[in-house]
Design a protein around this ligand. Structure first.
Ligand SMILES: Cc1ncc(COP(=O)(O)O)c(C=O)c1O
Length: 358
């Protein structure tokens, strides 16, 4: 397991001698508007379900998700967060050489490393605002059996349209493409605009419930792929890997009809407005360059004499946790990532950045 994830509020709280609840976590990418209204009460009413085994393959919630995408439940697996599937990929796909479109989430490489698969990076450049043409990915994939693409990407926030991913995958039927759509619901109607809707034979789509619905503690995510690939993944999925409370939460969310559709629309509207405001304020500040993003996390480059480590420390002393991005492979320079929260907290962060940046 790597130790480079964001969100380690427990360590910072211990160092500062405060409780984790007193830390403002702007390092992990969770929906500031979540969880959806009524979910907590629903879960409280479902506590008694923990005295029985949950449905072994989470079939009910898989059926609900299938309905949302308009696909067959047989093409879906439910697991203990998408993390369960990321670490199953090298075994299920028989990955020997993976190409990871970076800079990106570290676990794809860690999963390859864990199972002895070689992993190389195809790195996007800041001069192109970290955008990557899928045609270039298809071309660079010669000699690789698996390609990982996070869409929208963490930490750069860049996004590729589903039709372009479809064209890329169709141009390379010899390669398996893993498309991590964990952040797609922040950018668009992720059911209507997912790559999963094309039912491509060589594509695996990951869908996390943790981020947009803000239930990372429940650990639930989905994998969507062709029947043939599902058969391979099924060999590595543990029985009951989605616990009873997680299944109850997803049932509430995916049966939520209009209320949840409204929640998702409001999330997208809030994210856009708040991110635009935040980025506009940063653009006027010295020593920092924000990169436009399709998501509510914003990656920024710091200019000397500012460093990511110094800014991290200065904000940590104010009990604010941000992501120092210097350990992202392929990100050369001093980068930090801010995950936006409510307006008041974001405004406080802007004031602190004014104070600390030179
Ligand atoms: C891009 C990406 N994919 C997957 C995950 C894992 O999410 P989960 O296992 O909670 O679904 C994360 C978590 O930060 C992430 O950033």
């Amino acid at each position: 397991m790597i130790i480079g994830h964001g969100g380690n509020i427990y360590k910072l709280a211990k160092d500062l001698g405060v409780t984790p609840a007193e830390i403002t976590d702007m390092s992990s990418n969770l929906n500031p508007l979540g969880p959806p209204e009524g979910l907590m009460e629903h879960l409280a009413s479902k506590l008694s379900t923990i005295v029985s085994l949950p449905e072994v393959d989470a079939g009910h919630i898989k059926g609900l998700l299938a309905g949302k995408y308009g696909i067959s439940p047989s093409t879906i697996l439910a697991g203990n967060g998408t993390t369960e599937f990321i670490y199953a990929i090298p075994r299920a796909l028989g990955t020997k050489r993976a190409l990871i479109v970076g800079p990106t989430y570290a676990d794809y490489r860690d999963a390859c490393e864990m199972y002895g698969a070689e992993a190389d990076f195809l790195v996007s450049q800041k001069e192109n605002a970290f955008c990557m043409d899928p045609k270039d990915i298809a071309e660079a994939a010669d000699g690789y059996d698996t390609v990982f693409l996070c869409n929208p990407n963490n930490p750069t926030g860049t996004m590729v349209a589903a039709e372009e991913i479809k064209a890329m995958a169709e141009s390379r039927p010899d390669i398996r493409f893993v498309i991590d759509e964990s952040y797609l619901p922040f950018a668009c109607d992720s059911y209507a605009e997912s790559t999963a809707r094309y039912g491509l034979e060589n594509v695996v789509v990951l869908n996390s419930m943790s981020k947009v619905f803000r239930i990372p503690g429940l650990r639930v995510g989905f994998l969507i792929a062709s029947d043939a690939l599902i058969a391979e993944f099924s060999k590595y999925v543990l029985p009951w890997s989605v616990n009873a409370m997680a299944q109850a939460a997803v049932d509430f969310i995916l049966s939520g009809g209009e209320a949840i559709d409204t929640f998702l629309k409001e999330t997208r509207a809030y994210v856009k407005e708040e991110k635009d405001r935040f980025v506009a304020a940063l653009e006027k500040m010295p020593g920092i360059t924000p990169f436009g993003a399709e998501t509510y996390f914003v990656i920024c480059e710091l200019a000397a004499p500012n460093t990511a480590a110094a800014l991290w420390t200065a904000l940590a002393e104010e009990a604010i946790l941000i992501r120092d991005c210097t350990n992202f492979i392929g990100l050369e320079g001093e980068f930090v990532r801010f995950s936006l929260k409510d307006k008041e907290t974001n405004t406080r962060l802007l004031a602190l950045l004014e104070k600390h940046l030179r």
